[in-house]
Write a protein that binds this ligand. Structure first.
Ligand code: ARG
Length: 472
């Protein structure tokens, strides 16, 4: 709290709180300490000014306030915007929140006319519209950053559309895939994440301004005008709902949490791939850090931190859900607690999205090492089984069994499947011919998976082309 907190609370210049008409004593210092929100809701200043301008213009055009008063208000707001943009605006705890800080400053600049701005408005609809505008911007930014990340992934996927790597299930080598295919899996995930933000935006894009305290306004306001001027599709249709709903933020935080979950999975893979035991990719000095004791270390800290951020982001969703749970209609001060978790979550998400896009562009795969690993662990065993089905017309279950025996024979001798002699294959199944060797290389295995969405480089390139068009 600033020094001013001990002076008159939310003073209007005459030692009286802005809402202090019926009060004869000042609130306790602790009351102010728990009540004040300017420390965090100052981040809503641009939205608060936009809302106030839209409201003032509407009041003028509806004849609720005189144009001369309205013009004075708008000029005062322009000065305040200047102060806020240049960092000279005096934020004061005694004015509680961003709404009253701006209104108090307006009064200092233009005098009592400032008091007309709050006609047909309450802080309840004011904060609802400010916060909605902020969350809408955050959702737009997240969607755009997701698309930038998708583009970074696409560029690498195109370069490495046929670079072989092991595909895993249970983190055990399963079947060969390509690095491009693997990266494109994340392009799909992040594409759905971006669309979740767009869906959330469409639902949140209704304007609560004009709901006033909770019941609407007796003044002849035009809510359609303010809604349109703030870029909303329409005004909200129930004044109680308008001031008391925060599901638009919950929905944006859910989309953020799912995105953060996807980011953490990719981050985990980067951590694995950069460890020398894998050695699949390298990050440059730009995206690694050293150790203060072990000179050889190059740690993927950014990936680790992105992996961790989901805790904060999902925590924010949990926080706001619990804040909202069980609240009776309409506005309750509990809702002031909506901002910190939401700001924190989107700060963390934005940084994660930007850092991830940076890391993806930064990484270089070790294609030899990945290709060698792609062939290890009998990764073409399924191809052998499929060959037995195709060429010998075996039921798949029998082919699976024969292949299992071949894997066992190879493993006992410390060989790969392709290193077994034809005689050894025929000892297991006499009808096997040397045609079998053609399907036992990782490259043939990957190239054969031409089904829609499969790992064959031609399929991967088709998906890359589709996404490039979508994102263009
Ligand atoms: N600072 C408050 C918030 O963030 C603004 C609304 C306060 N409304 C009220 N009636 N006290 O929710």
């Amino acid at each position: 709290m600033t020094d001013n907190a001990s002076k008159s609370p939310a003073a209007n210049g005459q030692g009286q709180a802005m809402w202090g008409g019926r009060f004869s004593a000042k609130p306790a210092e602790l009351m102010q300490a728990i009540n004040v929100s300017i420390g965090f809701d100052k981040r809503l200043w641009a939205q608060d000014l936009a809302g106030s301008r839209a409201h003032a213009r509407m009041l003028i055009s509806q004849g609720v306030i005189a144009s001369s008063d309205g013009e004075e208000i708008l000029e005062g707001l322009a000065k305040i915007e200047d102060e806020l943009a240049t960092g000279t605006f005096p934020f004061r705890d005694e004015y509680e929140d961003i709404h009253m800080n701006i209104e108090a400053r307006l009064r200092e600049l233009i005098g009592p006319t400032a008091g007309r701005l709050h006609t047909a408005r309450s802080r309840n609809d004011q904060v609802a519209v400010d916060f909605r505008l902020w969350v809408r911007d955050a959702a737009d930014r997240s969607a755009a950053q997701l698309e930038a990340l998708q583009k970074a992934l696409l560029a690498q996927a195109e370069t490495y559309a046929d670079a072989l790597m092991p595909g895993f299930t249970h983190l055990q080598p399963a079947q060969p895939v390509t690095f491009g295919h693997h990266l494109m899996a994340y392009v799909e995930m992040f594409g759905r994440d971006a669309s979740r933000f767009r869906d959330a935006r469409a639902r949140m894009n209704e304007c609560p301004l004009g709901a006033a305290a909770l019941a609407g306004s007796p003044f002849p306001i035009d809510r359609h005008q303010t809604a349109a001027s703030l870029g909303f599709d329409r005004p909200t249709a129930n004044s109680l709902d308008s001031v008391s709903s925060r599901d638009f933020a919950l929905e944006a935080l859910s989309a953020a949490s799912i995105t953060a979950t996807h980011l953490s999975r990719l981050a985990e893979e980067i951590v694995l791939w950069t460890t020398p035991m894998f050695g699949f990719i390298k990050l440059t000095d730009a995206f690694t850090t050293g150790s203060s004791i072990m000179p050889q270390k190059k740690n993927p800290d950014a990936a680790e931190l992105i992996r961790a951020k989901v805790g904060r982001i999902l925590g924010s969703l949990t926080t706001l859900t619990v804040v909202m749970k069980g609240l009776p209609l309409a506005y309750s001060k509990d809702m002031q607690e909506d901002k910190v978790p939401t700001f924190e979550a989107f700060d963390a998400l934005e940084l994660s999205l930007l850092a991830m896009a940076g890391m993806i562009a930064d990484l270089t795969p070790n294609t030899e090492k990945m290709a060698a690993a792609a062939g290890a662990g009998f990764s073409t065993a399924t191809d052998l089984a499929d060959w037995l089905v195709r060429e010998l017309n075996m039921p798949f279950r029998d082919a699976h069994h024969v292949t299992g025996s071949a894997v066992k024979a190879a493993e006992t001798q410390g060989l790969d499947l392709a290193e077994l002699s034809l005689a050894e294959f025929q000892a297991i199944e006499p009808r096997i011919t040397d045609g079998v060797y053609a399907v036992l290389t990782p490259a043939a295995s990957a190239a054969s998976r031409m089904s829609y969405g499969g790992t064959a480089p031609a399929q991967v390139r088709a998906q890359i082309a589709r996404w490039k068009e979508t994102l263009a």
